[in-house]
Design a protein around this ligand. Structure first.
Ligand code: TNX
Length: 481
């Protein structure tokens, strides 16, 4: 039988009551508030697979999902789970909390054998509102089916944002109305690293993906990387270079050689068009404008460009996120720098935090899922060092950067760049189990986390990943079951 605290991310409060274990009976049923019907159906389905029972929906259900909006909760994702000898009550102020609670309940189901839920009470809420990961579709395109399967798995660990890096030097992966060559040329055959990652999302694919993610309470954050990382755009539209001369497609992993032409009006017509189209396709609140590694844009040009472009997401009702280099300029209200550096450096991020901006923490030496685990990792890079499971767990985003403490953080994100990846199994190998460490950092209060507890809880997920058909790295740091 599972223990009530055997959950990742670790809940805020767990009170076990062994006298109240719930042996799920053959006539188990699920009831739910109308707004939670889809979540109840999902839970019934999970129970059906675990028990083989019929598990109908029934207003008098022994497992009840209740919405309780006067719970005085601080977060819509908070929930309270009571497991007693005669049934289960899950209560939350919003559907987000019911979904989070169902993910907890799901982890309390055994992989196989008799289904007895451990008695007691869990009270839970997230440390940060933003708990994210990122897929780089530009260096290697991954099809919607792969992205959906990824969303299914990450949502089980209460990851609630998926950032899609849609454009880079090696490819452009989202169809943009009015600019067909972006995807016809730079999403086509021969694009991606080594020419091995062709493909793109049509506007309809993207819309469907966003809607699917919403059913898993995951918000899609689209990124259009500007003003560097634009070779693919310039291959498709040579008028986006300063001299208007065609540039060659690139399939190597260099960074920092391409830049939009900051002095030309055509540049801003293009950029605003793209931002307008992406904003219109995106129901979520964020639009990521990149801004990283613009090494062939002069510092002055970079500031000119960013000062003009950063307000555009706001013009189309989105909050701008950008890699932290953008904090070199005064940011418009609501803009969020995403910090990736290894060493604390004065990039203007602390200044932005002092001015009231929220920050997303993604330090490369801890959260980059494309770094190798150890010297023997067959995939991945190592410019930010080796990132073992313990290194990905054992850090605090609130003490990474002087001047950027707990109150300044919107949350954490673990990016996965895809230079060395070719398949769904490659993604999963790099992401699991390290994303579970980041998920716990983002959800569980710092004072309630420790590595020895995490590695023990994580060990139970070996058989669970196997049952899900999810590839993972059997790190020697963990005594896998
Ligand atoms: C740095 S850090 C990048 C990406 C690369 C990645 C590889 C940052 C915002 N950009 O262009 O894909 O390293 O690890």
């Amino acid at each position: 039988m599972r223990q009530l605290g055997d959950v990742i991310p670790r809940p805020v409060s767990v009170r076990s009551d062994p006298a109240a274990d719930f042996a799920v009976p053959a006539d188990v049923s699920v009831s739910a508030a109308p707004a939670a019907a889809a979540i109840a159906d999902e839970l019934a389905d999970l129970l059906r697979r675990a028990t083989g029972y019929a598990v109908p929906r029934d207003p008098g259900g022994s497992i009840r999902l209740e919405l309780d909006d006067d719970a005085g909760a601080t977060s819509p994702e908070s929930y309270r789970l009571d497991i007693a000898a005669d049934g289960v009550t899950l209560r939350a102020p919003a559907v987000e909390g019911l979904f989070a609670g169902v993910q907890t309940l799901r982890q309390l189901l055994p992989v196989k054998g008799e289904v007895v839920l451990p008695g007691g009470r869990v009270e839970d809420e997230p440390r940060f509102a933003y708990r994210g990961t990122m897929l780089d579709l530009a260096r290697h395109f991954f099809a919607p089916a792969d992205i959906r399967s990824f969303i299914d798995t990450i949502a089980q660990f209460k990851i609630n944002h998926l950032h899609l890096h849609l454009t880079d030097d090696q490819g452009w992966r989202l169809e943009i109305d009015g600019w067909p060559r972006l995807t016809e040329v730079s999403g086509g055959a021969g694009t991606g690293i080594d020419g091995a990652g062709p493909g793109f999302l049509t506007a309809q694919d993207y819309t469907d993906l966003v809607a699917y993610a919403a059913t898993r309470f995951v918000t899609i954050v689209p990124e259009i990387d500007l003003p560097g990382h634009v070779n693919a755009a310039q291959v498709a539209y040579p008028e986006l270079t300063c001299d208007g001369e065609p540039v060659q497609p690139r399939t190597d992993a260099e960074v920092g050689y391409s830049s939009l032409c900051v002095d030309r009006e055509e540049t801003y017509a293009f950029v605003e068009d793209v931002i307008r189209v992406v904003a219109a396709l995106t129901p979520g609140p964020y639009l990521h404008i990149g801004g990283d590694e613009a090494l062939s844009t002069t510092a002055e040009d970079y500031r000119t460009f960013m000062t003009r472009v950063l307000p555009l997401p706001g013009k189309y009702d989105k909050r701008a996120i950008g890699w932290h280099e953008m904090a070199a300029v005064d940011l418009p209200e609501g803009a969020v720098p995403q910090y990736w550096r290894i060493e604390p450096t004065d990039d203007g991020v602390a200044r932005a935090a002092a001015a009231g901006h929220q920050v997303i923490m993604s330090p490369a030496d801890r959260s980059y899922l494309d770094m190798k685990y150890d010297d023997s990792s067959p995939l991945g890079l190592d410019w930010a060092g080796l990132v073992s499971v313990e290194r990905s767990y054992d850090w605090d985003p609130a003490d990474r950067l002087p001047g950027v403490g707990e109150e300044s953080l919107l949350g954490v994100e673990a990016p996965l760049w895809s230079e060395t990846l070719r398949s769904r199994a490659d993604i999963e190998f790099m992401v699991f189990p390290r994303l579970l460490a980041i998920a716990e950092i983002g959800w569980t209060p710092q004072a309630a986390r420790d590595w020895s507890s995490f590695r023990e809880r994580l060990a139970e997920f070996g058989p669970r990943f196997e049952a899900l058909g999810v590839t993972f790295h059997r790190s020697a740091e963990i005594d896998w079951r």
